[in-house]
Every structure is written in C-alpha cells, then in structure tokens.
Design a protein around this ligand. Structure first.
Ligand code: SF4
Ligand code: SF4
Length: 446
C-alpha cells in the first residue's frame, strides 16, 4: 500500500474558508504571450540577480538576462524573444523597490531559441551535473519563499538527508495550481522526485497531500503502483492551515521537531514544493530554464477563476483580462494566498517565479472591521503553530521594543497568519511581526 496517513498532529492551526472549488476543476490554461514583460531581478530570496543585457539589445527566448549575484541568488532568463526596451526601478509584490528588465516580445519560430539539450538519460548524469543544471536554470522555491533550489539541495556534509517530503498540501485558501499540476503532470512530478533523491542519495520520499484532494491522492498512488515505484509514498494530511508549512509538515509525517532557529536538515529532512519539483524536472531532463509558472487567479471578484501558465514578468492586469476581467465589487487584490500573500495597490505588479496566486476579493470575502485594542482572549495563542505568544509579541512590536520581541522568539514566526485570522479584534499581528523581523535582520550580528 503506498498511501500512508500522517501520524502526528501539529499544535494550533485554523480552518479558514478554503474556496478551492472556484478554480479547482478547471484545466490549466496558457496565457497568450503578452506584448510587454517586466521581468524583476528579485525573483528569489537572497541577492537580486545582476542584469547582463542593456537597453536596445535583442534577446532570444531562454537567453540569460541577469546572472546570480552571489551564493544565495539565482539567474533570470528571458521568457520570450524580443527587444530590451529599458531597465528601470519598479515595485515588487511586497511593495519593495526592484529592478525590472522591460522586454518587448515577439513570437518567433523555435529555430531562433537559444540551444537547449534535453536528455532521456538523466540517470547517467552525476549529482554535480544535475545540480549545475538546476543552478543554471535559475530554479527557486516556487511555493512562495523563493529560496534558490541549488543551495537547498546542497546541505552541509555533516547534515545527512534521510527523508524527502514533496509538499503538495497547498493549504492556502483559493490556491489550486499545485493540485492541477499533480493531476495533469504526475510523470513530471515523479521524475522530479527521483532526480532529487539521486542528488541527495535519499531512498525514502513522501508526497504530502491534504485529505481534501482525494483525486490527487488516488491518481498519484495509482501512478506509483502502475510504475512499480516503491520508494515514493503518498502521505495524507488532515486539512487545516498551515499544514503546508515546512516545520509542521515534517512533524506531521516524521514526528521530528526542527529546533528553534534550525533547518529541516538538522533533523535529516528536506521539503520541496510540488511546482519546484516540476521545475527541477524541466531543468534536468528538458534543459529548460525557469521562465514560466502556473498561477491561480481566483476570488469572487474575478469573472472566470482559473489556473494560468504565464511567463515571468506578466503584468497582473494581463492575467485579470485573460480570466474575463474584474467584477465591479472588488475590494482587495492579493498576490499569493490570503493568509500569507501581499495586498496590492494596483494590478501593474508583475509575476515572478513565486507568484502562486492572484486573488480578487469582494467585500464578503475580506474582513469588514477596523482593528481595535486587544481583549486578551488568548485565541491567537491557541492558534499559533509555533507556540508563540502573538498578543504579547505584538505589544513589544508596537512599542518598538524589538529586543524583547527577539527574546520572545519573534524570529521563529513564520508569518502564517493563523493568529491574525483568529483575532476577534482584527489586530494587524503579522504586519507587526514582519516589521520586527525586518528590523532585527538589519541589525549587525552580535
Ligand atoms: S503569524 Fe507567527 S505568531 Fe502568528 S500564528 Fe503564525 S507563527 Fe504564530
Ligand atoms: S486574539 Fe487578538 S484580541 Fe485575542 S489575545 Fe490575541 S491579539 Fe488579543
């Protein structure tokens, strides 16, 4: 039997309205190539990549646009052939300034593409060659964090990885891109998992899926059975948020607790996102750089909720138009999921390798109430999967007493939003913690 139930229950968590039915059953569609792409050099965690093209250059599809600028960084490639119109400072989804390469695209024949070297014989490639392909393809964590995958797959020699977990939980409400990917491309996902197993010399892998996705569980289980693949199992998780968080998923499946300030490698585990695993497959077997991704465009404010494959650098407005346009009563646009995503002031921001969702929410979907003082109900404490004291932490942050916030483990906050979701006073808890963490990260290390 290749379906196992996760054995351990995580602390805290919440049950938001999932609303996955909006886009879940629609087959993934491809966006026609936009005329203009604005490609950010901040597509990942770490140093922004450094442009290697200039205004007026003609570039071919897959050509390098910006090179990695350090160990924790990743290159960015052109999603289409065309002319570089400019390189400017724009605004990223988080509101931070970013460098954008503006590309006027043209649809060219495949003969004009830069050389790619697919291989059916990836098993013959050495782990070093595979890792190089992943690094050169600019693969980063597609789940949201954007950590460069090459770095993640290179743990220090004293941290032996024994267990690989592929995160197919997709626990954020509305988002269904990973779900569609599991249904539509199981062969790419499984090949991607086998590639990671080879790089890490791991023999045991789990695909973690919440039990609200029975079709994906059944399909992948049958695929593994038909292909007689025994080292990969499907692990079903109870449906609640944040079941897809790395530390929580590791605990649910293995019972191992990642120490405060530690990494999954400290307990011999590596967690990789479903979309990232398929990007690894594309990089290694097809020799294709990471130039496009599937984004869920959803919410009651969009005419036709859908999962859309779009090139990186696509303006959000193009996605909205492709999905039938916005309805009149849209009150909020969110990049990502509603729990961890970023509210957008305009639809002019562009997609990156980490744009998992674009949500257009109406008044009935968003909180109607203004924030009010804390009533000490303790609900945020019960909801916090990291066993933090959000109410107290937020008071330290409001008083700008970041030292006390640090002493009370604000850096362990994973910004999952469970506390804010539970708070009857609608306290802006996550914003407080983001501010404190940014302040503390900017301090010189003692
Ligand atoms: S956002 Fe941070 S403090 Fe709030 S529940 Fe999540 S981990 Fe806990
Ligand atoms: S849930 Fe909100 S009101 Fe209740 S203790 Fe936490 S911060 Fe205060």
């Amino acid at each position: 039997m290749n379906i196992l139930k996760a054995k351990f229950k995580i602390h805290g968590g919440v049950h938001p309205k999932y609303r996955k039915e909006l886009a879940r059953d629609e087959e993934t569609k491809r966006l026609p190539l936009p005329d203009i792409l604005r490609i950010s050099t901040t597509q990942h965690l770490g140093a922004p990549s450094k442009p290697v093209v200039k205004k007026g250059d003609y570039v071919k599809k897959y050509q390098l646009l910006a090179e990695a600028a350090g160990f924790i960084s990743a290159p960015v490639h052109s999603p289409a052939s065309g002319t570089i119109k400019d390189i400017v400072t724009g605004t990223g989804a988080s509101g931070a300034p970013v460098t954008e390469i503006i590309l006027e695209t043209n649809n060219t024949s495949d003969a004009e593409l830069t050389g790619v070297y697919p291989t059916d014989e990836w098993q013959k490639l050495s782990p070093e060659t595979i890792l190089n392909r992943i690094r050169e393809a600019g693969v980063v964590g597609a789940g949201g964090a954007g950590f460069p995958t090459y770095v993640k797959l290179s743990p220090p020699p004293d941290k032996k990885i024994e267990t690989l977990i592929i995160n197919g939980a997709e626990c954020e409400p509305y988002l269904t891109a990973d779900y569609r990917l599991m249904l539509e491309h199981p062969e790419c996902l499984i090949a991607g998992i086998q590639i990671i197993c080879k790089v890490l010399n791991v023999t045991e892998a789990y695909i973690a899926i919440e039990d609200n996705k029975p079709e994906a569980i059944e399909l992948l289980s049958k695929y593994l059975e038909d292909k007689k693949i025994e080292n990969i199992k499907v692990s079903t998780l109870p449906t609640y948020y944040p079941q897809g968080a790395e530390k929580q998923q590791i605990y649910s499946i293995t019972g191992r607790e990642v120490p405060s300030g530690g990494l999954p490698a400290d307990v011999g585990v590596l967690v990789e996102n479903t979309g990232t695993t398929v990007a690894i497959y594309n990089a290694v077997i097809k020799d294709l750089p990471f130039i496009e991704r599937t984004t869920t465009v959803s919410g009651y404010g969009i005419e036709t909720p859908s999962n859309v494959i779009a090139p990186i650098g696509t303006p959000y407005q193009e996605l909205i138009d492709f999905c039938g346009g916005a309805k009149d009563d849209v009150k909020k646009i969110i990049s990502g999921g509603p729990m961890m995503g970023f509210a957008q002031a305009t639809a002019e921001t562009t997609t990156t390798k980490t744009t998992s969702g674009l949500l257009l929410l109406t008044a009935k979907e968003i909180s109607q109430f203004e924030s009010s003082p804390c009533i000490s109900c303790g609900r945020c404490i019960a909801a916090c999967p990291m066993n933090l004291m959000p109410a107290e932490l937020s008071q330290f942050c409001e008083a700008e007493d970041f030292e006390s916030a640090a002493a009370n483990r604000v850096m362990d906050c994973m910004e999952c939003g469970c506390c804010a979701f539970s708070c009857p006073a609608h306290r802006p808890l996550v914003q407080h913690f983001r501010t404190a963490k940014a302040f503390l990260r900017a301090q010189p290390k003692k």
